[in-house]
Design a protein around this ligand. Structure first.
Ligand SMILES: Nc1ncnc2c1ncn2[C@@H]1O[C@H](COP(=O)(O)OP(=O)(O)OP(=O)(O)O)[C@@H](O)[C@H]1O
Length: 316
């Protein structure tokens, strides 16, 4: 039996006052306990989608339920299950870390629970900073405080809008570890990101959104296998000026220096044609010095999906 999704989005349309339709019929189920990454170019509608699910923006039509509660009819119950880490850092600079987190919890009408908050701060490696003023923290620590605030009322679902925008690589990896730990503790996580390697590193599922529409939602590994291509790089002992006519059917590319031939094939295909190609290369009188294969990255798949006219295959 499949479990009810923790977040259920149905036919969501959001038209702003300007008349701009930022969401055009989005439907999406988010499973309990997963990490789902929303990928999309600038202006695709990611923040609008998150804001609408969290009840910050009101949809024009369609519905959202969180834990079975409709976000319009039963806003408080739905919102109490959600933690939101916004894109912008918005913190009281002169407040102590622990107070700002306590305050967030209070906003949800929950009784104080310092044991929970201490535990949370520990989980986010913020415990030794609990009595420091926010203004004295580094940018990375401030982001952790935002996460602590978002989790202060013990929500089941955490939305992270661009959690690592503009942070350095080391901090980004720290953030990935935090996300992995939260997931292990049972939190469902929805994140938007511009960094495709971020989605590749931490998400279980990928949703690609473009121009207010969801283009696909798929298991990350399955997506990479289904849409990924492999490239075989055949290094040649002697450079060639042109690809021999007999090899034309393989659609090979020649490396700019003529020292390698590139062959692309479906990674899922049973017949890759490689054995025949290698025989034909030898028959054409070329000598190979090395072979390397490379799997296309999520980034290449993504660009193929959202760029008009790019890789016809991915746009199918
Ligand atoms: N309050 C608003 N009024 C009018 N248009 C808006 C409003 N907020 C967003 N938009 C427009 O809606 C579209 C989607 O914006 P949104 O912020 O959801 O995209 P996004 O995918 O989060 O983009 P980014 O990656 O740049 O953050 C954009 O074209 C944006 O200009």
């Amino acid at each position: 039996m499949t479990e009810e999704p923790i977040v259920r989005v149905r036919d969501l349309v959001k038209t702003y006052k300007t008349g701009f339709m930022a969401l055009n019929g989005v439907s999406l189920d988010i499973r309990k306990g997963e990490i789902i990454a929303l990928l999309g170019p600038n202006g695709a509608g990611k923040t609008t989608l998150i804001s609408t699910i969290c009840g910050i923006a009101v949809q024009t039509s369609g519905s959202v339920t969180v834990g079975g509660h409709d976000t319009r009819q039963d806003y408080r119950a739905a919102r109490s299950l959600i933690g939101l880490v916004p894109q912008e850092i918005s913190l009281e600079p002169f407040e102590k870390v622990v107070n700002t987190v306590r305050f967030s919890r209070g906003l949800f009408g929950l009784p104080p629970d310092d044991a929970y908050l201490d535990d949370l701060l520990r989980q986010l490696s913020l415990h030794d900073k609990r009595d420091q003023k926010v203004v004295t923290l580094s940018g990375g620590m401030k982001r952790r405080v935002l996460i602590a605030k978002a989790l202060s009322h013990e929500p089941q679902v955490l939305f992270l809008d661009e959690p690592t925008a503009g942070v350095d690589v080391e901090l980004r990896k720290d953030m990935w570890e935090i996300v992995a730990r939260l997931r292990a503790a049972g939190t469902t996580i929805i994140l938007t990101t511009h960094y495709i390697e971020e989605a590749e590193a931490i998400a279980d599922r990928i949703a690609v959104i473009n121009k207010g529409e969801i283009l696909l939602v798929e298991d990350k590994t399955a997506l990479m296998t289904r849409m990924g291509q492999k490239e075989l790089r055949i290094e040649l002992a002697e450079p060639v000026d042109a690809i021999p006519e007999s090899l034309a059917p393989y659609g090979l590319d020649r490396a700019p220096d003529g020292r390698a031939l590139l062959y692309r094939y479906e990674s899922t295909g049973e017949r890759t044609g490689i054995t025949r190609l290698l025989n034909d290369i030898q028959a054409a009188g070329l000598h190979m010095s090395d072979l390397q294969t490379r799997q296309s990255s999520l980034e290449e798949i993504f660009v193929g999906l959202v760029t008009p006219g790019a890789s016809g295959k991915a746009a199918e």
